[in-house]
Write a new protein. Structure first.
Length: 318
């Protein structure tokens, strides 16, 4: 397709500041809630570990270790929330939003590592069973359970805010399951010496942990690799832009995200040479992208000639 001239206009849509300020305030609230959960879980971890030593319960000590991983995950999550609040700089033009994704990936991978540790510990307990003082084990296990349930209650409204909080929430959920397993084993040991039950329950928990971590790991890698967001078809985006009056062609289309919630788009659009209201074209494109796909961050370059084609696509908009 040929075009008689090379007049070009590039414009970038700025994000809605009201939306940004609301999200920023929500982020600070989530950070405060996360700080309280960190403190609460740190207390539970110390309590379970001491009680595990006194009772001789390796299951309780393992649960304390699992709780310690929660505390570390939550600390990383809190650090991620604080990092995303930092403003962009000349060097870090997107700010530190992607810190959320990196930390979520670390948290999810740590769940997989913890799962492997639980399997090893469960096998060890099966091979070398030890006498356990259930009089100490069970009350402390119940404290751990209620503590985790309380933490889940605090973060339940924040878990879908971003990948970082989702990964931290998963740690709490599976530590809650671990506490239930410890309590179940303790109750059974009051009546039957069925040490094999500890292994079976541990393996079930590990399968659930790894299964849930896969989603967070996959989403994190997608963002890091700058792939198109899940559930968003770039071809449909292209077709939607082509439906805007005066737009003849779309090329150099890129759709990506820097975190789990913000989608960015850049593209070149060729318009009819007789089109004078290029600002109107850009406004129409931005409006339809936000209404149809929720894309608020856009950079649209308007051309009356396909500059990529004219330059052979080299270094222009591959």
């Amino acid at each position: 397709m040929g075009y008689p001239s090379e007049r070009m206009i590039s414009a970038e849509k700025e994000p809605d500041l009201t939306h940004y300020e609301h999200d920023h305030e929500h982020g600070r609230l989530a950070g405060r809630r996360l700080a309280w959960v960190i403190l609460f879980n740190a207390i539970i971890t110390v309590t379970e570990y001491v009680a595990g030593l006194l009772s001789g319960s390796l299951a309780l000590i393992s649960d304390a270790g699992h709780n310690l991983s929660d505390v570390l995950a939550l600390i990383l999550g809190y650090a991620g929330e604080k990092a995303t609040e930092r403003q962009p700089t000349a060097r870090y033009t997107f700010g530190f939003r992607r810190a959320e994704v990196l930390i979520a990936l670390v948290n999810a991978l740590s769940l997989v590592a913890i799962g492997a540790y639980v399997v090893v510990e469960a096998v060890g307990r099966f091979r070398n069973p030890t006498e356990i003082d259930t009089g100490i084990m069970l009350p402390v296990a119940f404290v751990g359970l209620f503590g985790n349930l309380f933490s889940i209650l605090i973060l339940r409204h924040e878990k879908d805010r971003n990948l970082n909080l989702r990964a931290a929430f998963l740690h709490l959920v599976f530590d809650t399951l671990s506490s239930v397993a410890v309590i179940g084993v303790g109750i059974v040991l009051l009546f039957k010496p069925w040490v094999w039950l500890d292994l079976a329950i541990s393996l079930i928990i590990v399968v659930m942990m790894v299964w849930s971590s896969i989603g967070v790991i996959s989403e994190s890698l997608r963002v890091i690799m700058q792939a198109a967001p899940a559930g968003l078809d770039p071809e449909k985006v292209r077709e939607t832009i082509l439906a805007v009056p005066s737009v003849l062609e779309v090329h150099g289309l890129h759709v990506w995200s820097v975190n789990s919630s913000e989608v960015f788009l850049s593209c070149h659009v060729c318009v009819d040479n007789g089109t004078s209201d290029t600002n109107g074209v850009i406004t129409s494109i931005n409006t339809i992208l936000e209404d149809s796909f929720g894309i608020r961050h856009t950079t649209v370059q308007v051309e009356t000639a396909n500059l990529c084609q004219d330059r052979g696509g080299a270094g222009c908009c591959p």
